[in-house]
Design a protein. Structure first.
Length: 338
């Protein structure tokens, strides 16, 4: 019977292509839990039945003299005990089946989530690598097919290809960074820095970009106590956040960056009046490769900037939070303990 049940389950699960791998694994794990429960319950019930029947026989033989009545009482009692044990076993196995299905789902949920993330990771990485390669291929093919020997056309093609190479280089760097965060701490050595001066220097590196979009950048700071950070990695985190603010702030918009001391923490706020983020997208902004609705067709981002920034800030024992309203802008708040 057990073999037939198992064959039925395997045929039913494998034949239904609409059931995803998570559901198949969950049903199979539930089946194994139930199988173990049946084996243990059957053995326990058999031992219990034998012990109870022996006790009943001894009691009947001691208290009933006529052998005919002894056999009848023992047979009726044994039937009753057997029925009770079977009903109890069925109830227990049914309860175990329900609990097994629930617990197997809880057990497999992190694995399912990891598999889904890996699937999305592969798809998005392939897309983000394929897009610049396709652009480069098109530019080169058009240039080679042209009968013109205009040096300016070749120059434009090379400049376009260089931009795409930079994008691929940045994507590769981000992928490497993400991979390293899985292996453990990104850094061990930290040095004390004055955060107000540190952030001011980072802002200057975006001067050409902000001037090109005519974005007004306000930097508000107060004297802060030195805080221990890994300068290179922390700069990477802040750059990713400021770059996002620039990307999604319209021309002639405004970005306000604030640095101040709050008790023993350093508070950094980066606020823009750009396109903002939908409320439905906010819970996922720190997921790898996730792009908010307004930026899904934006080739400039890979969806790795914020996850990397979050990892770096958390390894500094700090925290990062995002508030945003679609059409009104975004506020990124960072707190770093002294």
């Amino acid at each position: 019977m057990m073999q037939k049940l198992r064959q039925f389950m395997e045929l039913d699960i494998s034949s239904n292509k609409n059931i995803n791998i998570f559901t198949r694994a969950r049903l199979r794990l539930t089946f194994y839990y139930i199988l173990i429960a049946i084996i243990i319950t059957s053995l326990f019930s058999f031992v219990l039945y034998v012990i109870m029947i022996n006790e009943i026989k001894s009691h009947v033989i001691e208290n009933v003299d006529e052998e005919f009545f002894q056999d009848e009482i023992i047979e009726n009692t044994a039937t009753g005990v057997q029925t009770d044990i079977i009903l109890i076993d069925i109830s227990l196995i049914s309860l175990i089946a329900i609990l097994s299905y629930f617990l197997s789902g809880k057990t497999l949920k992190p694995i399912a989530k990891s598999m889904e993330a890996q699937k999305r990771f592969s798809a998005e990485a392939s897309h983000d690598l394929r897009t610049p390669l396709a652009i480069m291929q098109t530019d080169i093919e058009v240039t080679l097919s042209s009968k013109s020997n205009d040096i300016n056309q070749y120059k434009k093609t090379l400049e376009s290809n260089l931009e795409e190479v930079k994008k691929m280089s940045m994507l590769a760097s981000n992928l490497l960074m993400i991979a390293r965060t899985e292996d453990g701490p990104l850094f061990t050595e930290m040095v004390p820095v004055e955060m107000d001066h540190f952030i001011e220097k980072i802002i200057l590196k975006f001067k050409k970009q902000t001037e090109a979009k005519k974005i007004n950048v306000k930097f508000i700071s107060e004297k802060t106590n030195p805080v221990n950070i890994s300068p290179n990695y922390f700069e990477r985190a802040i750059q990713n956040i400021i770059q996002n603010a620039i990307n999604y702030t319209n021309n002639e918009g405004e970005i306000v960056i604030t640095v101040k001391q709050e008790n023993q923490n350093i508070a950094i706020k980066i606020e823009d009046n750009g396109v903002g983020i939908k409320e439905s997208d906010l819970p996922y902004v720190f997921d790898r490769f996730y792009k908010a609705s307004h930026s899904r067709n934006d080739a400039s981002g890979s969806g790795l900037g914020l996850p990397i920034a979050k990892k770096i800030i958390e390894q500094h024992k700090g925290n990062i939070a995002i508030k945003s309203k679609e059409g009104f802008g975004t506020l990124v708040s960072i707190n770093i303990p002294k």
